[in-house]
Design a protein around this ligand. Sequence first.
Ligand code: ATP
Length: 274
Amino acid sequence: MRPIEVRGLRKRYGAHTAVDGIDLAVEPGEVFALLGPNGAGKTTTVEILEGHRRRDGGEVRVLGEDPGGAGRRWRARIGVVLQTANDAAELTVSESVRHYAGYYPDRRDPEELIAAVGLAGKAGARVRTLSGGQRRRLDVALGIVGRPELVFLDEPTTGFDPEARRQFWDLIRALAADGTTILLTTHYLDEAEALAGRLAVLAGGRIVAEGTPHTVGGRDRAPAAVSWRDAEGFHEVHTDEPDAVVARLSGFSDLRVTRPSLEDVYLALIGEGR
Ligand SMILES: Nc1ncnc2c1ncn2[C@@H]1O[C@H](COP(=O)(O)OP(=O)(O)OP(=O)(O)O)[C@@H](O)[C@H]1O
């Protein structure tokens, strides 16, 4: 069974079509990233899959059930990382993780989890005193305390400092290595490249490209730039056959082959999607 199967998903807000017929299939244990500009329909899609929004059309199966009508037992199998949980403001970090753990039949050890999200030094601090990035780490801890089979992460590292982002990536990789399926939305293309096995680019409520971070939008087939340096200075050529060019240039210094970055491909894709 695929953890996520979506066919022809549609959602309108009044006259505005936010999601315009998307298909998605996410495999077990996969980290799948949804990319797209502001307003592309990512959060709407994720919230429909979580059972938090109703759809206007299409077929949706999440862990084998329709999220529109699924019950408590289904909910305990998915992990949702919410943007903020203000009801916990007066609890300590440790108290809030223990409190959430109580909702789940199969839970992680709260102290180990607090350490894994890098909050060991803040276990006794009240939630309202945490910084934005620390708060987000706590949100992630609360989302995975029940050992979910499938985790939804909507812009999980917004507000993280670079070190916290790297620690968070390690945590996600460890979850995925354990067999957890992860659907991630992010605006950070390096994050998608670091974590996702596959990704889809949404623009205007439609999927405009899908693939691995290395193949999406024809990235692997795009012309490469080959640059090198010799006695006359720096040179660069653009070519479809970088291997042949490199073979002729062996022995020159600073030889480099550059393909378009994921960001280059992404910007071209969303430009075409407009
Ligand atoms: N509750 C709502 N009522 C009316 N329109 C909405 C509502 N929620 C979202 N929209 C609209 O639907 C479109 C898609 O929004 P959505 O939040 O899904 O985009 P997104 O891809 O998650 O964007 P972002 O990157 O900014 O988070 C936007 O045009 C937005 O204005």
